[in-house]
Write a protein that binds this ligand. Structure first.
Ligand code: PBG
Ligand code: ZN
Length: 323
């Protein structure tokens, strides 16, 4: 046999020499749920992740930075009393996320990249990602609110805003609103390909953002479709996005790959709450080896072409040297 592939698998050092994919702290983005009350609240369906008040978030981010995690993605979990039909608390300049962003920027400055999720679902009384007229989630009024939300986050000092709402035209509206308000350097990471379905369950418990009626299929994409996602993603770039995200990650490795081939911008993938929690649950039962399973998840996502991975496992993976 002239060709024996096992020659290059013989020792750990040789395997390292021929490894094609790296998984580095700089690739990982840690999600944070921000609550108005100080202290921490466990999230039962996201083991190891808590909702934190501003002070607890500062402590957590400080520890994350020591592990090498330099990017935080923030999700607001406002009081139920602050949910309303027009989602006004979402674009309140003195709201939960702007206050947290300011505190983070004051504490860590340019050492930290602050990203903020821009969506209305935690702030509407319906739990939908846009404002409603009866059973309809109306596009353009939602986009107007989302653009105001993005500006409020930019004003507070967010480096990158990340719209996850899936309304049409939001990237263009946000880019224009940011320009007009003078935030010409604020980045936009668009959740460009985002499928409707079962992958976001634990997140909705964490963020208290489940729809009170219907589902999200009139704005999130049909998981049967790939071309539709590519088309929307390319449109987002034209509208002014700086980077594109695919979500959920593992069911969409094809789309990560195709976007990587068809664009030149950074590609992010969201290893969602269900991708995380299913591993955690099986590990609790003793059925899977979570260290290796998480590592293989993250490697596959990197190999498909993602530069950045949003994952709830980031902190633990680095703490416990899973990667
Ligand atoms: C808000 C948002 C969601 C996620 C990120 N931003 C939930 C949803 O669309 O219902 C999901 C993240 C996860 O499951 O970890 N729109
Ligand atoms: Zn939403």
């Amino acid at each position: 046999m002239l060709i024996r592939s096992r020659r290059l698998r013989a020792t750990a050092a040789i395997r390292d020499l021929v490894a094609e994919t790296d998984l580095l702290p700089r690739n990982l983005i840690q999600g944070h749920f921000i609550q108005p009350r100080e202290g921490s609240t466990e999230i039962s369906s996201l083991p190891g992740i808590a909702r934190n008040g501003v002070q607890a978030t500062l402590k957590q981010v400080e520890a994350d930075l020591k592990l090498g995690i330099r990017t935080a993605l923030l999700f607001g979990v406002p009081e139920p009393a602050h949910k309303s039909p027009d989602a006004a608390a979402a674009f309140d300049a003195a709201g939960l996320i702007p206050v947290t962003v300011k505190a983070l920027k004051q504490a860590f400055g340019q050492d930290l990249v602050v990203m903020t999720d821009v969506c209305l679902c935690a702030y509407t009384d319906t739990g939908h990602c846009g404002v409603n007229r009866g059973a309809e989630i109306v596009n353009d009024p939602s986009v107007a609110a989302l653009a105001r939300m993005a500006v409020a986050h930019a004003e507070a000092g967010a480096d990158i805003v990340a719209p996850s709402d899936m309304m049409d035209g939001r990237i263009k509206a946000m880019r224009e609103a940011l320009e007009v308000a003078g935030f010409t350097n604020t980045g936009i990471l668009s959740y460009a390909v985002k499928h409707a379905g079962a992958y976001y369950g634990p997140f909705r418990e964490a963020a208290d953002s489940s729809p009170k009626f219907g589902d999200r299929r009139s704005y999130q994409m049909d998981p049967r479709n790939a071309r539709e996602g590519l088309r929307d993603a390319l449109l987002d770039l034209e509208e002014g996005a700086d980077a594109l995200m695919v979500k959920p990650a593992l069911p969409n490795l094809d789309l990560i790959w195709r976007l990587r081939e068809q664009t030149l911008c950074p590609i992010a993938a969201y290893h969602t709450s269900s991708e995380y929690s299913t591993v955690k649950a099986a590990a609790r039962l003793g059925w899977v080896d979570e260290a290796n399973l998480f590592r293989e998840h993250l490697l596959a996502i990197r190999r498909a072409g993602a530069d950045w991975i949003v994952t709830y496992a980031a902190r633990e993976a680095l703490q416990k040297h899973w990667i």
